[in-house]
Design a protein around this ligand. Sequence first.
Ligand SMILES: C[S@@+](CC[C@H](N)C(=O)[O-])C[C@H]1O[C@@H](n2cnc3c(N)ncnc32)[C@H](O)[C@@H]1O
Length: 267
Amino acid sequence: MTEAELQQRIGQYKFYHTIKVTDAVSTLGVPEHALSQQPVLAEINKLDLAGKKVLDVGCRDGLYSFLAERCGAAEIVGIDHDLSLGAVELLIPYLNSKVRMHQMNLLDLKPETFGQFDVVIFAGVLYHLRYPFWSLKLLRDVMRPGSMMVLETAVFYGQDKFPMLYCPTEDNGPYESTSCTFFNRQGLTETLESLGFKVHSSSVLHPAAEGKPCTGNSPVVDRAVFVCEYLAHHEGTVLEDYWTGLHTLKTQDGGNAASVKKNAQLS
Ligand SMILES: C[S@@+](CC[C@H](N)C(=O)[O-])C[C@H]1O[C@@H](n2cnc3c(N)ncnc32)[C@H](O)[C@@H]1O
């Protein structure tokens, strides 16, 4: 295919990511998203991906999947519930890429679907999810102990004293109505830790805005990248069993909350 033909084929699809396909030809992505993509690309570049198995959740056109491949990953699985035809029909074959994209909802992800992963890229998705804690648990369940996750999402400022989740619905939120889940930095850090992750770093796009009290009608929203390692989770502890509905098997009085709290503190 000549570059002119490639350019013409690219024009037949709608792309979200700007992806360099040859020195002269790139997909025409949405430019305003480039700012929040740069820190993700930088964090992926810092990881040792040689020979690793990578999962890219909400992969869209594959910007991060293709980078993982260039960084030496052995296997790259992308899932998205709205599969990018431009990536599947044009980019992957043209680049002779080993990235494999599947139309799939994250909520359907199971360890037996693709096995366990060494690296998970989870960017630009969490704030769209109505079931964020469960989604993070599902991801945790497909990660090997010692595996890494690069998580990029929108966070909110103005209530930094406590671990918080701001969950606007309909048109009350800072983004459009599909965006319903905004942790503050502490809230996401503690959530990740409660699921067995160690947060190695978290950084925000506009640090000067963080820490200022909320003065307007809605919180200020920024973007953050968390780099975390899945260490181990606490299956079988009273707390984990309580959260997953198995506590009656463990508590002596049929799941009395006070007893659970006491047991959790003792364990
Ligand atoms: C804002 S885009 C971000 C794309 C890319 N990860 C990035 O950061 O540039 C969100 C992507 O996640 C996908 N997505 C949202 N919810 C999903 C879910 N529950 N399961 C799978 N994909 C999902 C959307 O279809 C979309 O392609």
